[in-house]
Design a protein around this ligand. Sequence first.
Ligand code: SAH
Length: 229
Amino acid sequence: MRTLNKKIKRLLDGIESEVRYTQNYIGKSKLDDRVMQAMATVPREKFVPKYLRISAYDDGPLPIGHGQTISQPYMVALMTDLLDLKPEYHVLEIGTGSGYQTAILAQLCAKVFSVERIVELSAQAVERFSKLGYNNIETHIGDGCKGWPEHAPYDGIIVTAAATHIPQLLLDQLKPGGNLVIPVGVSPLSQSLALVKKDLHGEIEIKNILDVTFVPLIRGEEYENYSLH
Ligand code: SAH
């Protein structure tokens, strides 16, 4: 195996051990090699506030301001794996946040469309994408519960905040044969990561993968800060 920089090795080891720990839920003991390669490529330290850089390669979520968090690397890797991306795919992401998950997706598919409701987080993410040279990411500020109809349908959709139910508008914007990965639950203490598959006839199948904790998906476009504290 290639000699990996120590920080990246720490990140990958953290993900791999969590994958093994949850293998009975996720149905595999190892994630897709391409996903792990993307996790090894995107510099997570560039997506967290400066004072938290020291923790950027730990396998945990971190605050990014506005009461929001950058997801745990294991969760980013797992959700990306569940999307089962192909290089030609167009993917919709709801909840740009730091832009870290967006960058991982951009490593693995042709185009990523990412919607965020907090103006400042979106602006910071856009700056990161441009510094890191991503040219296959488009961002939008608005209510992701409505998706982004202009570019629909999508080969895959990922939601990085917890919804109380699966938004119909997102299902409508998913191509037959596509996957939607979304945390669903009415309270932060009872959320489950759902893998929603739309078959070629448009039939929906929902599989609950495992319990998760995400910040809530907030309806409406108004600019407001949400804090868990
Ligand atoms: N993938 C991000 C996760 C950020 S946390 C990362 O790893 O950094 C979830 C994000 O979803 C927050 O930035 C929050 O503002 C955003 N969000 C919540 N409700 C939303 C909505 N209705 N539309 C768009 N974004 C939303």
